[in-house]
Design a protein around this ligand. Sequence first.
Ligand code: IMP
Ligand code: MG
Length: 180
Amino acid sequence: MHQDVEKILISAAEIKEKIDELGRAISRDYSGKYPLVVGILKGASVFMADLIRAMSIDVQIDFMAVSSYGASSKSTGVVRILKDLEQNIEGRHVLIVEDIVDTGLTLNYLLEILKARGPASVRVCTLLDKPSRREINVPVDYNGFSIPDEFVVGYGLDYREKYRNLPEIYVLKKGVYKGR
Ligand code: IMP
Ligand code: MG
């Protein structure tokens, strides 16, 4: 295990099993709809890569990047588009793929922007949910795991851009970050 992590919260095997389940549910719900699956960079990239391979329907993919946390572990509520979609989503069924929904501020903002573009539907799939931290009510249509209020890294999730490449989801050692 990496020296900066305290323990494994979710193992690679548990992640895989859950993604297979999500992929089946999404494939069933979007049967015949050719959804546009939108990964939110950079955190969702690892999840997205595995999730789309667990889907048995035709999908198109695209990515967006927004800034939420900057270099700190605390949400500021300031959200900025760093990279926009390439696709026009008017009339499309859009599925947003997120790594984690924490305060909900990032997702709330994204939903507002995307809904204003006239899609046929917008739904959200997140790997992780921290319901105890929610500051604004946002709909989560597909959730992998609800987790306690601990700062987690790995499987795409970072702290100051590190640990995204770790294969499982871990609780970061308290000494590594401060001020939460
Ligand atoms: P929200 O706007 O507070 O919901 O924050 C969502 C974003 O914050 C996620 O996409 C992550 O990038 C980041 N984030 C929130 N909690 C964690 C965590 O425990 N570990 C790593 N990143 C997190
Ligand atoms: Mg991050």
